[in-house]
Design a protein around this ligand. Structure first.
Ligand code: PGA
Length: 250
């Protein structure tokens, strides 16, 4: 399969500017000969600090969210125009923490996806089931719905800038990882959804990352699976010691 591995670090609500700069510098140095595609997504207040450090390197700059509106009276929100101004290249949308802790639904996430694509960003669209949904045998159906609804109105051209991240909610930050087999099965079903919507060629190209307690110890086994094309890493992305071995998995 000709897909390139894509390893992304989601720093969530961690780090001060000095800490973020230090980590970004370490990653630039350690990954300069890395073979895969890389991204870091620092918090909004850190973007201006990290931007010049990763600029021109093989590490893309990502944001963790954006407002659903382009601009206007939206207290506390951050606009795509402001993100573009800082040099942000990609936006993570539909993260489970946004879906479940901040009540973002499929329709809202879809609007954000369309807005981000319209403004030239790459998008990482996160999907994934809750534990109870998995226990009810609904994991595939939930991911199908989130993928289909999230991509509504996205053209094939737009899709080429979309990465999907499968992140089972019960595996995020819990230390529990989906087995490579279980993850691969869902990745395969998501790829089938993309095939239904866009055809086989697009489905073969789309990058589907796995997220949920990815660590240096499990990265290689996950990435060995046919349909797992990379990782969206949270906790282990906060230190070069743990992110670099994932990013350079053998
Ligand atoms: P985790 O987070 O690696 O800490 O489980 C993953 C994510 O939320 O993207």
């Amino acid at each position: 399969m000709a897909r390139n591995y894509y390893i992304a670090g989601n720093w969530k609500m961690h780090k001060t500017r000095a800490e973020a700069a230090a980590l970004a510098k370490e990653l630039v140095e350690a990954l300069k000969d890395g073979k895969h595609k890389y991204l870091v997504a620092p918090g909004f207040t850190l973007l201006e600090t990290v931007a010049p450090i990763v600029k021109g390197t093989n590490i893309l700059l990502g944001a963790q969210n954006c407002a659903v509106e382009e601009q206007g009276a939206h207290t506390g929100e951050v606009s795509v125009l402001q993100l573009k101004d800082l040099g942000v290249q990609a936006i993570i949308l539909g993260h489970s923490e946004r879906r479940h802790n901040y009540r973002e639904d499929d329709a809202l996430i879809n609007k954000k996806v369309l807005l981000a694509l319209k403004h030239g960003f790459d998008v990482i669209l996160c999907v994934g089931e809750l534990l109870e949904e998995r226990e009810q045998g609904r994991a595939e159906a939930v991911c199908e719905r989130q993928t289909t609804e999230g991509l509504k109105g996205v053209t094939a051209g737009g899709l080429s800038r979309v990465t999907i991240a499968y992140e089972p909610v019960w595996a995020i930050g819990t230390g529990k990882t989906a087995t490579p087999e279980d993850a691969d099965a869902i990745h395969g079903s998501i790829r089938n959804v993309v095939e239904k919507l866009y055809g086989g060629a697009e489905a073969a190209k789309i990058i589907i990352q796995y997220g949920g307690s990815v660590k240096p110890e499990n990265a290689t086994q996950l990435m060995a699976k046919e349909n797992i094309d990379g990782a969206l890493v949270g906790g282990a992305a906060l230190k070069a010691d743990t992110f670099v071995p994932i990013a350079k998995f053998a």
